[in-house]
Every structure is written in C-alpha cells, then in structure tokens.
Design a binder for this molecule. Structure first.
Ligand SMILES: Cc1cc2nc3c(=O)[nH]c(=O)nc-3n(C[C@H](O)[C@H](O)[C@H](O)COP(=O)(O)O)c2cc1C
Length: 366
C-alpha cells in the first residue's frame, strides 16, 4: 500500500476568472477582482493553506466570461502575502518555455522563491482556434508539455543549456539570474494515460480531477509504480469542491441547490468539449471520461471527492485520501472568503489531530 506519512498540504483555486467554480446560477459571494483575491490570499495563508492555484483561460466559454492572466495575477497575490505559495498556470503553445522560464525566475527572485507553476495541456479547442494556436492531438499535447517541463528545469538548473526536442530547441543558453531557492515546483494536471506517464517521468506534482477514494487509489498506485521504474518521485494533488457546514443536511442542501440551478445548456456544452478532448486520448481515460451531468457542474469533478458534510466527516474523508497516498487537497468553494476561513478554523485542525493519531498508529505498527 502507498502511505503518505508527511503533513497534508492544502491549496485553493484562485478565482481569477469570473463566475466561480460551478456552472450554476446559484448566487455566489465570490469575485474575480484583485481586491477580493488579495484579501482571499491573506485569509488563506492565515487559515493554514499552503498554496493557491491560478487558472489559465484565454476566452469565455461555459461561464468564465472575464479572465485575468495567471502569471501577472499570481505575482500580485504573492506581493500581498508573506508565506503562501502561488501556482501560476502556464499553457504550452501560447507560452514558450524561454519566456516562461524568465518570467517565473524573476517572480521567484522577487518573492523569496514562493512561486510555482502548473503546466496545463489544454482541453478547449475553441480557445486555441480563437487565438490562432494550432490544436495538437491529445498525446502530442502531452509530448509538448513534457518537453516544456524539461526545458524549464534545464534552464533553471544549468548554464549553457542545450536541448534538441521536437517542439523546442536551446543552444548554450544561460539564464541569469536563475530562480531563487527553492526552485519553483512543477505541477501538472490530467488523468489520461499520457498525463500520468508524463507525471511519472518529469513533474514534481500530479494534479487530478475529483474522484472517489478507490478511483484516486488506482491512479496513485499506477503513477507511483511507473515513477519508481523511472527513478522519479511525484507527489499527488486531488481536486475537491468543499461544502463544510455545521450539519450534513445543511451541506447537502447546498449541493442540491447548486445542481438544481445548474445551467443545463452550458454544462452540456462544456461536457461535449471536454469529453471530446479526453476521448482523443487513445485509452479513453481522460479527465472527464466518466463524468455525469451532475459531476460536470463543477469544472473538475470536485463533487465526486465528497468533501461535503460536517467538519468531522470531511476531515475523516481527507485522511482516507491521505491513506491512499494523496499529498495535497485542492479546494474550491461557493463563497470563497468565508468558506476558506471556516475550513481553516474547523476542518484543518481536525485533519491535523487525525494525522497525529495516525502517525502514532503507524509508528506503533512499525
Ligand atoms: C487541478 C487542475 C487544474 C487545471 N487547470 C487548468 C487551467 O487553468 N486551464 C486549462 O485550460 N486547463 C486546466 N486543466 C486541464 C488539464 O491541463 C488537462 O488539459 C486536462 O486535465 C485534460 O486531461 P486528460 O489528459 O486527462 O484528458 C487543469 C486540470 C487539473 C486537474
């Protein structure tokens, strides 16, 4: 069995695009503007969150009518905080690794090494068409992303970096200054075979959509087995949409209302787009391959992880994720500022208590 004996990390989705994280007309007290987000980042770091994850979207579609650019936005959040790490999303294609490596190295220098990156491989064909970017087939997108990661790491760690890839080429390139220590961590998302294989070769972190504990366990075991064979180690982050309330009934009534007020046209159009993008993966195991209408109301299957209930129920389910090898839980909320604070006050301390008890058990068993 894969066990994780470290301390679980918590991340939240930065609402840098409008409309929140559910495709629903339920009222949300979440804003995509910078003042709201600066305050949110401060609340998050004071509430025990380790990371904030920004999103890259070039165009509207299925909500997200307005979208702030994630690298600039991440820097603004870093400037407003003291210890939070902010993960800037990068999309190979529009981003070239030389520009990205330099941008992120500068931000790292300016923020004592608190910036990280999430390499996104893309699912939104219409977005690529809108900005005139060629749309590569599924596995080719991941081959390009893997080269992108190899290039970033090479540029950040070597002088006279030379690389001959199918997508990128470097000759005796020396970036100065390099990023501050610690080097920016490299996250990557997906669920398909290509996504997992890339994580098992090059990424520091693998982010996946929400899923049941069994579904997550299958992915973790698969990736860790492959990573071991590659002499690589990769940490795992899982998405979840958290609804923590004083009673389970109250929490359940919130998810029922989110789904009842879902925008069916937008959810179905989003489902069509992402299933197409995932189906293109030869084995048909892409991120949204098995998502139902209800699952798709949250962009990254966050309801499936079932962090919906009382703080105690949620903390126990988080420990169950840890038991199958998860290192980080990425969270979305309906009303971000209030709910990040509530989560930090009522759920994280319970997780820490359960982690301490678990550590004693594990030690006794050894
Ligand atoms: C946690 C997480 C964050 C993601 N962030 C973005 C994003 O900001 N923009 C984007 O276009 N895609 C984003 N993606 C999508 C992935 O990069 C990838 O294109 C998608 O998961 C397809 O996966 P598949 O190969 O399993 O089909 C994200 C995925 C995950 C799991």
């Amino acid at each position: 069995m894969t066990t994780n004996n470290g301390v679980l990390k918590f991340a939240y989705w930065v609402p840098n695009v409008s409309g929140g994280l559910v495709i629903s007309k339920i009222p949300q007290r979440t804003s995509w503007d910078i003042d709201y987000n600066r305050r949110l980042a401060q609340i998050a770091e004071d509430s025990g969150f380790d990371y904030a994850l920004s999103q890259i979207r070039f165009t509207a579609g299925y909500g997200a009518e307005f979208q702030h650019e994630p690298v600039a936005f991440s820097h603004a959040l870093l400037a407003a905080t003291k210890k939070l790490k902010v993960i800037a999303a990068l999309l190979p294609g529009p981003w070239n690794p030389a520009v990205a490596a330099k941008q992120i190295a500068t931000i790292s220098q300016l923020t004592e090494g608190r910036v990280a990156v999430n390499i996104v491989s893309g699912w939104f064909r219409g977005e690529f068409a809108a900005i005139g970017e060629p749309w590569l087939d599924h596995d080719k997108r991941y081959r390009r992303s893997e080269e992108f990661v190899r290039a970033l790491r090479g540029i950040w760690t070597q002088d006279s970096f030379t690389f001959r890839g199918d997508f990128y080429r470097f000759t005796d390139y020396s970036l100065k200054p390099k990023p501050a220590e610690p080097l920016p961590e490299i996250f990557q998302g997906g669920s398909s075979r290509a996504a997992r294989d890339m994580a098992a070769r090059v990424s520091d972190w693998y982010f996946t959509n929400g899923n049941s504990v069994e579904g997550i366990k299958a992915q973790v075991d698969d990736i860790r087995t492959k990573a071991r064979a590659n002499n690589h180690s990769v940490k795992i982050g899982v998405n979840a949409f958290a609804i923590a309330r004083n009673s389970e009934a109250e929490a359940r009534s919130v998810i029922d209302e989110i789904i009842a007020k879902a925008d069916p046209e937008a959810v179905n159009a989003f489902g069509h787009e992402v299933k197409n993008a995932g189906k293109a993966s030869p084995e048909g195991e892409g991120n949204w391959a098995k998502s139902s209408f209800e699952d798709l109301v949250q962009y990254n299957d966050g309801f499936k992880t079932n962090l919906i209930g009382t703080p105690q129920q949620i903390a126990e389910r988080i420990i169950a994720l840890k038991d199958v090898g998860v290192d980080l839980v990425l969270l979305g909320f309906l009303h971000f500022q209030e709910e990040v604070e509530y989560f930090g006050k009522h759920v994280i301390p319970l997780v820490r208590e359960l982690e301490a008890k678990r550590a004693v058990r594990v030690q006794a068993a050894e």
